[in-house]
Ligand binder design. Sequence first.
Ligand code: DC
Length: 222
Amino acid sequence: MKERYAVAIDGPAGAGKSSLAKAAARELGILYVDTGAIYRTVACYMLDHGAEEPAAVETLLPQVQIGLRHGEDGLQRMALNGEDVTERIRLPEVSMAASRVSAIPAVRQFLLEMQRRLAREQSVIMDGRDIGTVVLPAADVKIFLTASPEERARRRWRELEERGTPQPYEAVLAEVERRDKSDRERPIAPLRPAEDAILLDTTALDYAQSLQRLLEIVRGGL
Ligand code: DC
């Protein structure tokens, strides 16, 4: 195995990227970087300042200071101008706002170097939408992780039930489809597999099978 390497995992919302990537990183003893959390942190600032239009967002960007650190438990904690927003970034309104701000070229440019630096400093598994295509085009292993929209909505629905914040399945599916559409159809860094990405479809796999397959792909690619 190489001394320093990067694994890029892209795919739509709810495909299980973050839980699988986190577990794989633990298994491999390398750092997991959740890039969606970084976009979500920017989105919090824009929500706080009522900035929706691209021009307004771009003007405020220099005021955004993002802190990213990994706790001993491996959890990636996010800070926005010194304030811990790790829990807040998971709220549904932040998800939608993150999808909106991530379509703005200036935001993507603003976050690009930060993401690349993380991968220069240590071996990483990084997940997002454009890691294999834009952020780390020279990643050692690229995986496009996906599952059918219905299966992704089912998993999300179950998660909301367990968290004590249930929502009707139809609403969850509509939300999944809406986010897929906006991530896929945006003109800049749209969600698509890199040409050299390996497709991992987890629709018919359970969590343990998905993790096993993911690790096989990573180990086979190093
Ligand atoms: O993975 P996530 O759901 O936490 O990501 C939140 C939003 O950020 C999602 O709508 C797409 C966007 N995103 C992106 O455009 N590029 C990335 N590398 C990661 C996330």
